[in-house]
Design a protein around this ligand. Structure first.
Ligand code: HEC
Ligand code: HEC
Length: 292
């Protein structure tokens, strides 16, 4: 305990009683205002701990009973109420009109992106880039069934070749030409060469020519005279390098030999009208949206 507290003759203040080699320390207390603010913060923190959930004990709530989790439903409710008018407009309008209105379009793009991640990305890829084995890319302008707002919405609503929706897109069947015995292996090889020749990739010219004759007889009715495809029948174009199942010789052979029947589920019963419209605007904007 310092005992030699005395008055400093120069400043007139008291010393702390400490002295080192003749040097004495002045007692300079903290300003009163500072101390009171400090005590106030301590009082505030104690009060806060009593009123609000501050202790790391599961289920501890404090006297007010308030918790962040408990407040969430009301906040969500408020957010939903704020969104309701805009969502009901999105549900009523045609996707084309939504896309033309900057404010509605912004909401539809954000909502469409979220709904796509939840419902569609598993098959079509996170960014709609498609997946090998029959899940088409949605961001290019290569469409099987159509890329207009109306065509996209119809596909989403009713799906493709599923059993659940009576209006599902059915088109015409791509048969298994080898399994059913309609074509021989050699004939299918020729057809593959013919399809490859559309994009300058044929390796067997004579085969490609024989294939052209077969194609005109057997395939043109669905896939078009020059492989341009037919959307009413759901027959994809064969004259580009973009394929649903694959454009290499082996995969083309498999498509023709064993047939194809891609299935997509319908969404009309699972997603509400606003969500389907938002998805339509989003998919249309991925890159390949068509005006008509
Ligand atoms: C279970 C897998 C699966 C899911 C989930 C799925 N799709 Fe598909 N979708 C497919 C398949 C397979 C096709 C191609 C069918 C065919 O061969 O014609 C397709 C085709 C499409 C097409 C037509 C493409 C074209 O070229 O005409 C659109 C548009 C589409 N899907 C959108 C969606 C959207 C939007 C969702 C989410 C709401 C979704 N799909 C969810 C499997 C799926
Ligand atoms: C009755 C209509 C019809 C006829 C005839 C037909 N196709 Fe198809 N073809 C389709 C349909 C529909 C699909 C798409 C199936 C799917 O998406 O699951 C398809 C898919 C294909 C594919 C896969 C395309 C891709 O993008 O991966 C190839 C290759 C193909 N057909 C070749 C042929 C050849 C060669 C012939 C003639 C021997 C032929 N098709 C005859 C309807 C037809």
């Amino acid at each position: 305990m310092p005992t030699k507290i005395e008055k400093d003759s120069i400043t007139g203040r008291e010393t702390t009683g400490h002295e080192w080699d003749g040097i004495k320390e002045l007692n300079t207390p903290l300003p009163k205002w500072w101390l009171w603010v400090f005590y106030a913060t301590i009082a505030f923190s104690v009060l806060w701990m009593i009123l609000y959930p501050a202790l790391p004990i599961p289920g501890a709530t404090g006297l007010t009973g308030w918790t962040a989790r408990g407040a969430l439903p009301a906040q969500l409710e408020a957010a939903r109420a704020a969104q309701a008018p805009i969502l009901s407009r999105i549900a009523e309008l045609e996707p084309e009109a939504i896309a033309a209105d900057p404010q509605l379009r912004a909401v539809a793009m954000a909502g469409g992106r979220a709904a796509f991640a939840t419902n569609c990305a598993g098959c079509h890829g996170a960014g709609g880039e498609g997946r090998p084995g029959g899940y088409p890319a949605l961001g290019d302008d290569h469409w099987i069934w159509g890329g207009s707002f109306e065509a996209i919405r119809f596909t989403i609503r009713h799906g493709i070749r599923n059993q659940e929706d009576a209006e599902a897109r059915i088109g015409a069947p791509m048969q298994a030409y080898l399994t059913t015995g309609q074509l021989s292996r050699a004939q299918i090889q020729d057809l593959v060469q013919h399809i490859l020749s559309y994009t300058g990739r044929a390796t067997d010219r004579a085969g490609a020519e024989r294939g052209a004759a077969l194609y005109a007889e057997q395939c043109a009715s669905c896939h078009g005279e020059r492989g341009e495809g037919n959307r009413d029948l759901g027959a994809p174009p064969l004259n580009t390098r973009i394929f649903v199942y694959g454009g290499d010789a082996a995969t083309l052979f498999a498509s023709i030999a064993y047939g194809r029947a891609g299935v997509m589920p319908p969404w009309a019963g699972r997603l509400d009208a606003a969500t389907i419209n938002m998805l339509t605007v989003y998919v249309h904007a991925l890159g390949g949206g068509e005006r008509e």
